[in-house]
Design a protein around this ligand. Structure first.
Ligand code: FA5
Length: 338
């Protein structure tokens, strides 16, 4: 009897383990645990056993077997229900990978980075940011800057002219600005001294591209007009600027030079940590004729001005050998500067 019970229990447990669906579990339950099941049949046969002892031990073994089968049935039902839920969840899963992957991040161009940093540095020194048009009049670009018609210095700016017919039919003299200096004039005409502005912007010259020249490049103009401004203020401002834009390891120097719109004039160089000097811009005390063109009385006010090449500052700051590399649109280059 005991061996029959053990065999019936093992067969029931094997059947239950093999059930692949809840229906299979129900069928196994009816076959083994139901009133018509194999174990129930064995239970009915208990009466045919002779001794009470045998009946008792066989009865206990059947009860244990039935309990084990019930537990196995319940466990298998739970397991199959869990698997069914997992399958359902998997089948209804939304693939959001496309939205999760972060898009590649762009970066500001090196010149934009330098431009923004320059603005930050000068705003930190008390300057306001001003701007002017890229298509300028001859008067703002040359004449008002003490370069009248026929002035030899005009030849140094390889100018691109823009045909312009004014409403009355007269031909105006219009050009792509060759430097940011016309913003000096526009600012003085708009605002009374004291003035303290920087004007970053794009400028144009018929220059052939090489390692330090582009036909389209960027400058930042500076203008300070106040009472008692001297060359010492200019030198101090440039030195403070150099230290904050480039860092402590860099020195600046002013070299005598000539610009028609400043007197005296100087060229501004900076020294790299390796000792070599590079020209970054021009500067000087604003010429009295320029102050007058801007409607400012040179007897009462004086000022200094400067104009630096932003592109050159960008290549200097990042150790780029050739200015043209910045405009080749090569991502392998651009991505090195974040
Ligand atoms: C001027 O343009 C003057 N307006 C600067 C100035 C302003 C002097 C105020 C005094 C007072 P210059 O032509 O030297 O000067 O140009 C100034 C700087 O622009 C140069 O030192 C250089 O850094 C940059 N630069 C000039 N030409 C190019 C070019 N083709 N490509 C890139 N940078 C250039």
């Amino acid at each position: 009897m005991i061996s029959d019970i053990t065999a019936a229990r093992d067969a029931a447990l094997a059947d239950i383990a093999a059930a692949c669906a809840l229906d299979d579990v129900a069928a196994a339950s009816a076959r083994h645990a139901g009133r018509k099941g194999r174990l129930a049949g064995l239970k009915k046969g208990l009466g045919s056993l002779d001794s009470i002892e045998d009946r008792r031990s066989a009865g206990a073994a059947i009860n244990e077997a039935i309990a084990a089968v019930e537990v196995a049935l319940a466990d298998r039902r739970t397991e199959l229900a869990r698997e069914a839920t997992a399958r359902l969840v998997e089948s209804e899963r939304l693939d959001l990978t496309e939205h999760v992957v972060a898009p590649a991040r762009g970066r500001a161009h090196l010149v934009t980075q330098a431009w923004e940093r320059l603005e930050d540095v000068f705003v930190g020194m008390g300057f306001r940011v001003a701007e002017g048009p890229e298509v300028e009049t001859d008067w703002h670009n040359f004449e008002a800057l003490n370069m009248g018609e026929g002035h030899p210095a005009r030849g140094e700016f390889d100018t691109l002219f823009v045909d312009h017919v004014a409403p009355g039919g007269s031909v105006g003299s219009t050009l792509l600005r060759t430097h940011t200096s016309p913003v000096q004039i526009r600012t003085m005409l708009e605002q009374d001294p004291p003035i303290r502005i920087v004007a970053p912007g794009r400028v144009f010259r018929r220059d052939t591209p090489d390692a330090t020249h582009m036909p389209v490049f960027h400058q930042i103009e500076g203008l300070v007009v106040d009472r008692g401004i001297s060359m010492a203020d200019l030198a101090g401002t440039i030195d403070a600027f150099t230290k904050s834009f480039f860092g402590r390891g860099w020195e600046s120097r002013l070299r005598p030079s000539y610009f028609p719109f400043t007197e005296p004039s100087a060229e501004f160089d900076i020294q790299r940590p390796d000792g070599s000097w590079i020209e970054l811009g021009g500067c000087g005390m604003v010429h009295p004729n320029v102050l007058r063109a801007g409607g400012v009385d040179p007897e009462e006010w004086s000022g200094f001005a400067f104009g630096f090449g932003i592109d050159r500052m960008a290549i200097m700051r990042h150790g780029v050998a050739d200015i043209r590399e910045m405009f080749a649109d090569d991502l392998r280059f651009t991505e090195q500067f974040s």
